[in-house]
Design a protein around this ligand. Structure first.
Ligand code: AMP
Length: 297
């Protein structure tokens, strides 16, 4: 089983073509749903009493919700706006609400999870949560500008507590104060994690391990409408694939990164979660084959 912990949100997303208000989002939501195509996935997250029933049903259709809590108060809310190129997002508002002082409890059934993903979330909560698992084979975390700016030393502590870090290029630079991505990755590995995956949006990703660098391209697309959650979908697919194989050797991790790129590509094709909801497994395998054909020479 895979456990995913992190934000479940009501997002406001402003793109040049559409504004979505109060839609289901959150790093753990995207990651969990993406992972669920590969393995049974349990979600640990909290929402407020304002969380719409239809969104609860969407989560329940895809995920094990024994770790999901509805608390008095408002759901975490995120408001972000893309520029006309869709490659730069400005955060307009982050309201932690019930996520702010959430004390997550790991359900007994989740404690034996061998794979744990700490999606974007308070790094203090993330680092505490990982200690609750009995026998983790592979753990991974992500972080975002908000936490790097507000809790940088806790982000570094969280990084020490996991096997792998997935992070956007801009955030890797902000966190390490380096300009070169190889230098960024080396610094992050020196903090105590074994693998670093730097996501570069439409330019794919770089996987680092010891002195190995594995670059992988993004699946090329002509029509992108909303990049929100692409990074989370990438990470969810990556760890979901590893969990399904119960294997974490380097060649499996490289394949997992390719699955990450492919699920990330589905995410950006539609607004909000729609790109990764209700996919058929055959659509995923078809795109993997197409990806393989694209990069072969
Ligand atoms: P991504 O586009 O992959 O960076 O992920 C966007 C998702 O992350 C949105 O659905 C937001 O709800 C969520 N998010 C944004 N800021 C934060 C934050 N500070 N902590 C946790 N989740 C966040």
């Amino acid at each position: 089983m895979l456990t995913v912990f992190g934000s479940t949100a009501l997002d406001t997303i402003r793109t040049p073509t559409r504004v979505l208000k109060g839609v289901l989002g959150g790093a753990a939501t995207f990651a969990g749903i993406s992972a669920s195509y590969f393995v049974k996935t349990g979600l640990i997250a909290v929402v407020g009493k304002d969380f719409p029933k239809k969104y609860h049903n969407t989560l329940a259709r895809n995920l094990d919700l024994r770790g999901f809590k509805i608390q008095e108060g408002k759901t975490f809310r995120y408001d972000g706006s893309y520029d006309e190129t869709l490659s730069t997002r400005t955060t307009l508002k982050t309201e932690l609400n019930v996520l702010g002082n959430f004390k997550p409890i790991v359900p007994e059934e989740y404690r034996k999870s061998k794979f744990v993903y700490l999606a974007n979330n308070d790094p203090v909560q993330n680092a505490e949560l990982i200690k609750e698992f009995d026998n983790v084979k592979f753990s991974m975390c992500d972080t975002i500008e908000f936490w790097i700016k507000n809790k940088k030393s806790s982000v570094i502590k969280m990084i020490k507590s996991v096997d792998a870090v997935v992070i956007n290029d801009e955030e890797a630079k902000l966190l390490t104060k380096e300009h070169n991505l190889i230098k960024c990755a080396k610094k992050i590995m020196n903090w105590g994690t074994k693998y670093v995956v730097i996501k570069k949006g439409e330019h794919g990703s770089l996987l680092f391990f010891d002195d190995v660098i594995f670059p992988s391209v993004a699946f090329s697309l002509e029509d992108i409408v909303d990049p929100t959650g692409a990074g989370d979908s990438f990470a969810g697919a990556m760890i979901g694939y590893l969990a399904s194989k119960r294997c974490t050797n380097l060649s499996t991790i490289k394949k997992a990164v390719v699955y990450g790129n492919v699920l990330g590509s589905f995410a950006v094709e539609k607004y909000g979660l729609d790109g990764i909801l209700n996919l058929k497994k055959s659509q995923i395998s078809k795109r993997i084959k197409h990806y393989e054909k694209m990069i072969r020479f």
